[in-house]
Ligand binder design. Structure first.
Ligand SMILES: [Zn+2]
Length: 119
């Protein structure tokens, strides 16, 4: 049986159900880290998951994206670890803040397919 590259499988080859965007939202996860796998591109970005439906499997966000650096569709979506660590450590002694360069597309920056918002 052909395997879906965006799914994990257990030892018997059964598909492990991925988390949905909605289930991650309930855990405070509203962003995703996106990496372009096209050769020699290496572009990465953090995106908001707000525009995607709650019942969509998280890894399938990649099907709806195109690299804003090179235009390739070979993108991989992963957990936004910077936001995750910042959230985990907020309110404790040595909180890990978000880096100054942290910008979320769809929140801090417009989606490339949307006209810049005029206030
Ligand atoms: Zn690219």
């Amino acid at each position: 049986m052909k395997r879906n590259p965006r799914r994990a499988y257990d030892r018997e080859g059964r598909e492990i159900a991925p988390p949905t965007i909605g289930s991650l939202r309930e855990q405070g996860e509203t962003t995703a880290a996106v990496f372009c796998h096209a050769r020699e591109c290496g572009h990465s970005a953090v995106i908001s998951t707000d525009r995607f439906p709650a019942d969509m499997p998280f890894p399938d966000i990649a099907l709806h994206l195109r690299c804003s650096g090179c235009g390739a569709r070979e993108v991989v979506v992963m957990k936004d670890m910077a936001a995750y660590y910042a959230r985990c450590t907020s309110g404790v002694g040595t909180a890990v803040g978000l880096p100054p360069s942290y910008r979320v597309i769809g929140r801090d920056l417009p989606w490339p397919d949307e006209a810049p918002r005029t206030a």
